[in-house]
Each structure stands twice: as structure tokens, then as C-alpha cells.
Design a protein around this ligand. Structure first.
Ligand code: FDA
Ligand code: NAD
Length: 434
């Protein structure tokens, strides 16, 4: 059993680990001071590609093309970059024990790693249907999507079940992006979810009406208000049918499940303060334990703009929290201070020819505007959220770069809201003049 020591260790090798590595490089980390330990077999990459370009039937994205930091227009950090910087990438290595008092991590093969400063960047894991006690959920060809290994299995199945039937369970981010990807791959796609409309975490009923109609126009069979209750297997163990709670039975060659994710923090339970399902941090992503930081999906951090604490499961925050934590670590070592994290929430998604962005907070009254006819050649519409007389959130489908910047500015400035009628009438013009 080997023991290795590093000044800094990042546990987890996803988006936030990659952006943290770049910031370590910028701050002048010395050779052999930093190690990234990841259970994945590849250097950090832009995870959002897995549900989009990675699944395209032609011109699909493949590594090394989408290593971080290309997703935000930055330099691509291929494995050689880490070698040049003297940053040690310890791949295919799962940490199974973390002992914070002795500053020691242990891998599944029994190797130990000592650190002075630890950054927790373990991200999230999917909820599995087995956990809900759903019968037959262990059938072959039921897929989840989190890591590149999952995406490779799905790509294989897409090839082997060409022109087959796919059932997508869940109507959130994965449900919507994967239904589109499977349709583009010529599958006969049904998407099933229990909610009254898709993406209820963000969409209002009005917004969802457009996306549901658009998916139906593209040939996706949208089944709302019910859920998968059980799976029937073929003799070879592959999934054959899905039984729904409303007693409908759907044939399926493959099933893709996206019913939510939960942060991977069990290694640290009882050793750090937790809140809202994540590891509680300050505005510099320092946890309740000195010299231990948490970034990305696992961090529950102060949301300065809204005066509360939140966890965010989106890529923009994973990048920015990583940079903030590393800057804070170096500043602290030099006895300096940096500005507290002041995050403006930013989420986006792309599917078919659609592309939307959202900034701010989706609370209060909402106002929708624009062309949301699914039959339009280029639908373009948006929504604003109004709270306490101010516009606090803005959504835009089909916007230009300039218009997306304008809605981001609205969410940041929080201007006084005109009447809902005039906001609906002004539409994107309201944002453009702020
Ligand atoms: P991330 O999940 O990226 O990385 C965690 C890493 O830790 C993984 O490499 C994992 O293997 C490793 N790990 C975990 N436990 C470990 C252990 N015990 N030992 C060693 N390694 C361990 N967001 C968005 O805003 N727009 C988008 O379009 C998308 N699209 C998208 C698609 C898909 C398929 C997914 C799954 C997610 C998205 N997201 C997204 C969400 C976004 O990707 C997510 O918020 C970030 O990847 C979070 O970054 P983290 O670094 O926190 O976790
Ligand atoms: P999600 O929370 O977005 O959606 C889960 C969906 O599953 C919800 O619509 C919910 O109603 C539904 N659901 C719950 N239980 C169900 C059941 N038993 N049967 C059918 N449906 C059920 O989560 P997700 O789509 O699984 O995404 C996983 C993670 O990946 C999240 O952290 C998400 O933020 C991230 N992600 C983000 C993007 C993006 O930002 N564009 C894209 C893909 C993934």
C-alpha cells in the first residue's frame, strides 16, 4: 500500500476540479504540489457535452475535444497540460475513506494520500429506480447518464438498437435533452414524467406548454402525470416493456432514466457541517473544517444576492466556485483577502434547434412574451419573474448573444418592474434598455 503526500488534493475529477486546476496554474502552483484524484479514467472534461454533442449520430463530440475549459471559451486542458504543470492526475482511483482530523484519504485499493489543503469536488450521483423499489429496474438496457462511461454504454445501445423504441423516464434536464438526442438518432421516443408539466424546477406552465408542443411536433410521445412502475425483461435480461403507474404498458428497447441527482458527500458525513443536502461553506467555499474546501454541486454556499444559502447543480457555478476557492486559498496563504462570492444564477439547455438561457431567481409572479408558436420557423420568446416590485429573473429562448447578455444584466440589476402588461408588451426591449 503506497502513501503519497501533496500540499493540495482535489478529490473528484469533474468540471470544478478542472477549472480549479486551471486556477492553480494561474496562481503559480509548484510542480508536485497538487494532485487530482478521480474515479473516472479521463482528465476533467465539460460534462454538459455528454447529453448533447456526445450523442449526435454524426460529427459527435469526443475526447480530447471537450476537456475543460473549452465550454467557457478557455484553453483546452489535455492530459499533457497537467504533466507540463507538474499537476498529478490520479485517475481510475476511488476514494472510499476520508479522515479529516488526520488529513488522510484512502482509495479502494488501500493507497493513502495525505494533504495540507483538501478540495472536495465529488459532484453528484443519479437517483436510481432500484432505490425506489421499482420491479425489474435492474434489467439490461436501462441507462443513467452522469459520466463518460455511462455515455459510452448508451452510445453502444443506440447503435445496437438502431431505429428501436426508447422510453425516457423523467421530464427534467436529462429527460428533455435525452429525448431529443434519441429522436435525432431516429428512435421512436416516449418521455414519461409524473409532473403536470416538464422541468417544473424552472419552467412555468406557460413555458412548458411550448416545449411539450415542440417535442410532440418533433415526434416525441409526451406522457405526463404518471411514472414507471415496473419493467418486464426478455429472456436475455434486456428490458422489453415498461409498466406505467396508470396501467399503460410501453414497449422499449432502451430506457433512459433522469429522475434527479444527489450530491456525493457521504465520505465526509459527520466530519463537516452540512445544509440543504450539501456541504456548508462560506463565501470562499471553505467548509466548517479549516483547510477543507467544497466546490461545485456539493457546496451549499451563501447566495449574497438573495440573502440565503443554496446549492446549485449547474456548470457555470461549478466553474466559478472552483476559481473562487483556489483564489481564496492563495490569498489566505499570502495574508490577503478577496471579495466574497457574489453569484448570479445562470442555467441553460439546448435540444433540437432550441437553446435557452436563464439568469437570476424564478420566484414571484411570471410574465411571458414573444412568439411561442411551436410551428414557427424560429420561435423566440422569454419570461420575467417579478418579486417585491423588482424583476429578479429572466428567461430567453432563441436569443442572440447580445440579448442573452441583456437578460443577464436585468437579473443582476433587478430594475423596478413595470406593470405585467407593459413588461409583456415590451418583451426583450425591456432588457435591452437596462
Ligand atoms: P462533476 O460531476 O462534474 O465531477 C465529480 C467528479 O468526482 C467525477 O469525476 C466523479 O467521478 C468524481 N468522484 C466522485 N466521487 C469520487 C470519489 N469518492 N473518489 C474519486 N472521485 C470521485 N449544467 C449546465 O449548467 N448546463 C448543461 O447543459 C449541463 N448538462 C449536463 C449534462 C449531463 C449529462 C450532466 C450529468 C450534468 C449536466 N450539467 C449541466 C450539470 C453540470 O455538469 C454539473 O453541475 C457539474 O458537472 C458539477 O461539477 P462538479 O465538479 O461539482 O461535479
Ligand atoms: P432534474 O431534477 O432536472 O429532473 C428530474 C425529473 O424527474 C423531474 O422532472 C421529476 O419530476 C422527474 N421524476 C422524479 N421522479 C420520477 C419518477 N419516479 N418517474 C419519472 N420521473 C420522475 O434531474 P435530471 O434531469 O435527472 O438531471 C440530473 C442532474 O444533471 C441535475 O443536477 C441537473 O441539474 C444536471 N443536468 C443539468 C443540465 C443542464 O443544466 N442543462 C443538463 C443535464 C443534466
Amino acid at each position: 500500500m503506497a502513501e503519497k503526500s501533496f500540499k493540495y488534493i482535489i478529490v473528484g475529477g469533474g468540471v470544478s476540479a478542472g477549472y480549479a486546476a486551471r486556477e492553480f496554474g494561474t496562481q503559480g502552483v509548484k510542480p508536485n504540489e497538487l494532485a487530482i484524484i478521480s474515479k473516472e479514467a479521463v482528465a476533467p472534461y465539460e460534462r454538459p457535452a455528454l447529453s448533447k454533442g456526445y450523442l449526435f449520430p454524426e460529427g459527435s463530440a469526443r475526447l480530447p475535444g471537450f476537456h475543460v475549459c473549452v465550454g467557457s471559451g478557455g484553453e483546452r486542458l489535455a492530459p499533457e497540460w497537467y504533466t507540463e504543470k507538474g499537476i498529478t492526475l490520479i485517475l481510475k482511483t476511488e476514494i472510499v475513506k476520508a479522515d479529516l482530523p488526520s488529513k488522510t484519504l484512502t482509495s479502494s485499493s488501500g493507497d493513502t494520500f495525505k494533504y495540507e489543503v483538501l478540495i472536495i469536488a465529488t459532484g453528484s450521483t443519479v437517483f436510481r429506480l432500484e432505490n425506489f423499489g421499482i420491479q425489474g429496474a435492474d434489467a439490461k438496457n436501462i441507462f443513467y447518464l452522469r459520466e463518460i462511461e455511462d455515455a459510452d454504454k448508451l452510445v453502444e445501445a443506440i447503435k445496437s438498437k438502431k431505429n428501436g423504441k426508447a422510453l425516457v423516464v423523467g421530464g427534467g434536464y436529462i429527460g428533455l435533452e435525452l429525448s431529443a438526442a434519441l429522436k435525432i438518432n431516429a428512435f421512436d421516443v416516449s418521455m414519461v414524467y409524473p409532473d403536470p408539466w416538464c422541468m417544473p424546477r424552472l419552467f412555468t406552465a406557460d413555458l412548458a406548454t411550448f416545449y411539450e408542443a415542440y417535442y410532440i411536433k418533433k415526434g416525441v410521445n409526451v406522457i405526463k402525470g404518471t411514472a414507471a412502475a415496473g419493467f418486464v425483461k426478455k429472456e436475455n435480461g434486456e428490458v422489453k416493456e415498461v409498466k406505467l403507474k396508470d396501467d399503460r404498458v410501453m414497449e422499449a428497447d432502451i430506457v433512459v432514466v433522469g429522475v434527479g441527482a444527489k450530491p456525493l458527500i457521504n465520505l465526509f458525513s459527520g466530519q463537516v457541517e452540512e445544509d440543504k443536502g450539501g456541504i456548508k461553506t462560506d463565501a470562499f467555499f471553505k467548509t466548517s473544517v479549516d483547510n477543507v474546501y467544497a466546490i461545485g454541486d456539493v457546496a451549499t454556499f451563501p447566495m449574497k444576492m438573495y440573502g440565503d444559502i443554496r446549492r446549485v447543480e449547474h456548470v457555470d457555478h461549478s466553474r466559478k466556485s472552483a476559481e473562487q476557492a483556489v483564489k481564496a486559498i492563495f490569498a489566505k496563504a499570502q495574508g490577503k483577502e478577496i471579495e466574497p462570492y457574489n453569484y448570479l444564477p445562470y442555467f441553460y439547455s439546448r435540444s433540437f434547434d432550441l437553446s435557452w438561457q436563464f439568469f437570476g431567481d424564478n420566484v414571484g409572479e411570471s410574465v411571458i412574451y414573444g412568439d411561442r408558436d411551436p410551428a414557427s420557423e424560429k420561435p423566440k420568446f422569454g419570461a420575467y419573474w417579478i418579486k417585491d416590485g423588482k424583476v429578479v429573473g429572466a428567461f430567453l429562448e432563441g436569443g442572440t448573444a447580445e440579448e442573452n447578455k441583456a437578460i443577464s444584466n436585468v437579473a443582476k440589476v433587478q430594475p423596478p418592474a413595470p406593470s405585467p402588461e407593459s413588461l409583456a408588451k415590451e418583451g426583450i426591449q425591456f432588457a435591452s434598455k437596462i
